[in-house]
Write a protein that binds this ligand. Structure first.
Ligand SMILES: Cc1ncc(COP(=O)(O)O)c(C=O)c1O
Length: 487
């Protein structure tokens, strides 16, 4: 739904005594293809005439001097200013595309317009006035590099958000993972246990340290690392486990932490995709020894590129800061006791991050509402399985991802193709890392392989409108029914 600038409302209001010619002139000058009829004295709303209504009136014998009062028009839907955006958005249908929003005196205070997007992306950022204002502040104040008030503010806001004592901002989620591993002292000859079904960065960061990623299969219930298979992957070289909260659904942390404790292993949570997700009521990222997040442009909240590390351990936090800044001692300039990196986040990126953290609850709420709407409609489509939702989990649906059971109808790849031809973007699930050319371990990890070959992510950004969710659901059920009926 799009709203129109309030200042422009008066320009598209006309008196009931106007003629079709006057109405056409106003329609022509305006940008919504319609005019509002308002009372000359009270300015209260009397009706709406679209260019289509005018065309039909002329075809029926009207002329330019006909009074608009005589133009036949369908009943207009109106909203009130106390209604929520979502409620107004629900009022649109195939015919109603313009809804005046009225105050208590029936005056137009806003206009809601149906926003027909042809192309629906899988994920897009939600950026607004706050982001613009904080970024402008960086530019006006000349603080655009990696020192500045927004970096500190972003770190402290994010630490609070995760319930962690320390947060360290980084250039991206991959560098955050790398720094977490360095802080734990992981190096050549070590092994680190990771799920195979995740984005490649989880394993690559391990490889950067010289250690070896050891891949474990997923559990079908959550698509995350299967805790029952971790123990058999542990060797004398194992130093850490990296559970990933895939697509926004938390991994089952209790058994993972128990195994880690009993084998003296560290736990790094890869929460790159799961800002705000909860495991048994606790925010992910702050559960293991160290947690990392990504703020890439398609993530739940974003800084364009960016990352964050959270921990309760002050030694880890200090070491991470040391490695992040070229290994330079904070107490002695240009003195480098360790090999460090430039993995810093800029003040401009952090400024966006501060605005995003301030809005994170409403962004997540919008994503949960979208997921709920998807589930209500897709839950009953044969051959479609909705994303996991363990009873102990708050899934934040980074990407709303479904499974397609080919035996009932269409295949995953065919569905992707058909949706694409309808302007609906999707993404296949990540191919498991044990099968990737650079790792190719020859393992047979059936669950990860099965999920990856059947799964796809649907459009699910926080800005997606309900009618757009409905469009995706209609498309999937129509395609699926057609395939089933032609078998
Ligand atoms: C699970 C996971 N880990 C790590 C990363 C790396 O984050 P970034 O792209 O910010 O480097 C991503 C990014 O998509 C991810 O999905």
């Amino acid at each position: 739904m799009r709203k129109i600038d309030r200042k422009k409302i008066d320009e598209i209001c006309i008196s009931p005594a106007s003629t079709i010619r006057q109405a056409m002139e106003v329609v022509d000058r305006g940008e919504i293809g319609a005019v509002f009829i308002v009372d000359d004295q009270t300015r209260s709303f009397l009706g709406l005439i679209t260019d289509g209504d005018i065309r039909r009136a002329i075809l029926k014998g009207g002329n330019l001097d006909t009074e608009i009062e005589l133009v036949e028009r369908p009943r207009t839907k109106t909203a009130t200013e106390v209604m929520k955006t979502e409620e107004i958005s629900e009022m649109f249908d195939g015919k109603v595309r313009i809804i005046p929003v009225l105050d208590l005196e029936n005056k137009i205070v806003d206009i809601a317009l149906y926003d027909q997007r042809i192309h629906l992306p899988v994920a897009e950022p939600s950026l607004g006035e706050k982001e613009l204002s904080y970024v402008s502040d960086c530019i006006i104040s000349n603080w655009i590099s990696s020192t500045g008030k927004y970096v500190n503010k972003f770190e402290s806001l994010f630490a609070d958000y995760c319930g962690s004592r320390y947060a360290v901002a980084t250039s991206n989620g991959t560098s955050a993972l790398h720094l977490a591993l360095l802080a734990l002292g992981i190096h050549q000859g070590d092994e680190v246990i990771v799920p195979s079904l995740t984005f490649i960065a989880t394993a690559n960061a391990v490889t950067y340290t010289g250690a070896k990623p050891v891949f474990v299969d997923s559990e079908p219930e959550t698509w995350n690392i299967d805790p029952n298979l971790i123990e058999e992957a542990i060797s004398p070289k194992t130093k850490a486990i990296i559970p990933v909260h895939l697509y926004g659904h938390p991994a089952d942390m209790d058994p993972i932490l128990e195994i880690a404790r009993s084998h003296n292993l560290a736990v790094i949570e890869d929460a790159a995709e799961a800002h705000g997700a909860e495991y048994k009521g606790k925010k992910v990222g702050g559960i293991g020894d160290i947690g990392i997040f990504s703020f890439y442009g398609n993530k739940i909240i974003t800084t364009g590129e960016g990352g964050m590390i959270v921990t309760n351990n002050s030694d880890f936090a200090e070491r991470i800061k040391l490695f992040r800044n070229h290994g330079m001692l904070p107490s002695k300039r240009y003195w480098h006791p360790v090999l460090g990196y430039n993995y810093r986040l800029t003040n401009i990126q952090a400024a966006i991050g501060v605005a995003q953290v301030e809005r994170v609850e409403s962004i997540i709420k919008a994503k949960l509402d979208i997921a709920d709407r998807y589930e209500k409609q897709l839950g009953c489509v044969k051959g479609i399985i909705c994303p996991p939702k363990a009873k102990w989990a708050k899934n934040v649906y980074w990407l709303y991802s479904i499974l397609v059971e080919e035996e009932y109808g269409i295949s995953r790849d065919e569905l992707i193709k058909e949706l694409s031809s309808m302007g609906i973007d999707t993404r296949p699930l990540f191919p498991p890392i044990h099968m990737q050319p650079i790792y190719n371990t020859g393992q047979n990890l059936e669950v990860a392989g099965g999920l990856a070959s059947r799964g796809l992510s649907l459009p699910g950004s926080s800005g997606l409108q309900y009618h757009e969710v409905d469009r995706v659901c209609r498309a999937i059920s129509t395609i699926q029914n057609r395939v089933i009926n032609t078998r």
